[in-house]
Design a protein around this ligand. Structure first.
Ligand SMILES: C[S@@+](CC[C@H](N)C(=O)[O-])C[C@H]1O[C@@H](n2cnc3c(N)ncnc32)[C@H](O)[C@@H]1O
Length: 255
């Protein structure tokens, strides 16, 4: 682990948020967070009172490819230096039982935070707390803002690694462009109006073959249009339905 940074350290000038963990306690949690950081394009990990990170231990075992960079480059920092040098966002569960004038209010969701941070160039640290007791009220009171993941009111407290993963997933828009994610950019070819017309004509023919009652046909056709309208069919899907409907219409046992 490297020494704590000075305010002028160029490695900490990135506008992508830094991730900070206060007293992570379990090395496994540090590894899980480092891996989530690598998955979602975050590089700078700050650790306040970190546990021992043995290269043959859980932290490196859980970190996946982050064992090559995020984890060995993690920096130890004091809480004081963290709050002095960063715009700090404290992540904590918030419930209806919390006093509204309390240090947990007001709060953003991770998605709201991502939107807001997109338009500011502040050196931000997203701060997570201890597995057992989270961030203390005294610590939360010293942070600039609060972020809470909306979860089940009956049990909104995620474990540390999960909380960091969900939060960093939402914040990925600050670090990864579309071209940086692995999902292929497959062009979705919507069914063209002439294909849709052929689809509805084929349905009409089938209703005819089925001797569907005349007085119901208009309503039935409207329903079919609405269903396909909501389904937002691709050209290929529409053609598959046309083929199936044609085969159904031409079945000799319908005559
Ligand atoms: C297991 S939790 C700590 C539990 C502790 N009893 C508390 O209520 O803060 C560990 C860390 O995960 C994060 N966390 C857990 N649930 C969260 C939520 N719903 N929203 C934001 N952060 C959360 C916080 O950073 C918290 O300090």
């Amino acid at each position: 682990m490297t020494e704590q940074p000075s305010a002028d350290d160029p490695s900490t000038r990135s506008t992508a948020p830094t991730v900070a963990v206060v007293d992570a306690q379990s090395p496994g949690n540090v590894g899980t967070i480092a891996r989530a950081m690598k998955n979602f394009g975050f590089e700078d990990l700050l650790l306040v009172d970190p546990p021992e990170l043995d290269p043959d231990g859980e932290a490196y075992g859980f970190a996946g490819h982050a064992r090559e960079d995020v984890l060995p480059n993690a920096t130890e920092i004091t809480f004081d230096t963290l709050v002095e040098n960063y715009h700090t966002v404290g992540c904590t569960a918030v419930t209806n039982e919390d006093d509204r004038s309390h240090v947990r209010f007001p709060f953003s969701t991770p998605a709201g935070l991502a939107d807001r941070l997109a338009s500011v160039e502040t050196r931000t640290a997203v701060v997570f707390g201890r597995e057992r007791v989270g961030l203390t009220n005294d610590e939360l009171a010293r942070l600039d803002e609060i972020c809470a993941i909306p979860a089940n009111a009956a049990y909104p407290v995620l474990n540390l690694g999960q909380a960091a993963t969900v939060t960093l997933y939402e914040l990925r828009t600050l670090t990864l462009g579309d071209e940086d994610t692995q999902l292929p950019d497959v062009e979705r070819v919507r069914a063209t109006p002439p294909t849709e017309d052929r689809l509805y004509e084929q349905w009409s023919s089938l209703l005819e073959e089925l001797n569907h009652p005349e007085e119901k046909r208009e309503k039935t056709m409207r329903m079919i249009r609405r269903v396909y309208g909501r389904a937002d069919l691709t050209e290929r899907e529409a053609n598959t339905f046309i083929g199936l409907l044609r085969r159904a219409t031409e079945r000799p046992d319908l005559e």
